[in-house]
Write a new protein. Structure first.
Length: 135
């Protein structure tokens, strides 16, 4: 099958127990991230992004992903996140940096954009764990 040749090397991954536990923990974290997005203004997109990342971590305990596939996902996440970078710059210019942890304020759209940038950045960084595990 072409998908097996292009995206995933369909062979058992020889990870040690510690690596498998780390993958399961990342799986759980990103499932929680996905569930937290249900109240977001655009939940489908974020549930899909975090859900996809969580599935990659769970799948890594069974299959070895090719390095270029993981890099492709990381680059796609970073490119998408770059659309929110201006929001981060706006947030960095505010006096109260803690408001990013508060509720969404519609008069301050840079808060939501900054959070979305940080979420994508966290997902991309987490995938570097899979990159280290891949062959």
């Amino acid at each position: 099958m072409l998908a097996e040749l292009i995206l995933i090397e369909m062979k058992a991954n020889n990870l040690n127990t510690k690596q498998k536990v780390i993958n399961v923990l990342f799986f759980i974290v990103f499932v929680i991230f996905a569930l937290l997005q249900i109240n977001d203004p655009d939940p489908v997109l974020w549930v899909l992004i975090y859900g996809f990342v969580s599935i990659l971590f769970l799948g890594a305990n069974f299959y070895s992903y090719s390095k270029w596939f993981i890099w492709l996902v990381v680059v796609c996440l970073l490119v998408y996140g770059s659309f929110y970078f201006s929001s981060v710059l706006d947030w960095l210019q505010t006096e109260n940096k803690n408001e990013i942890f508060g509720e969404m304020v519609y008069e301050k759209p840079y808060l939501e954009g900054s959070r979305e940038f940080l979420g994508v950045f966290i997902a991309a960084l987490a995938l570097l764990v899979l990159l280290k595990q891949s062959k």
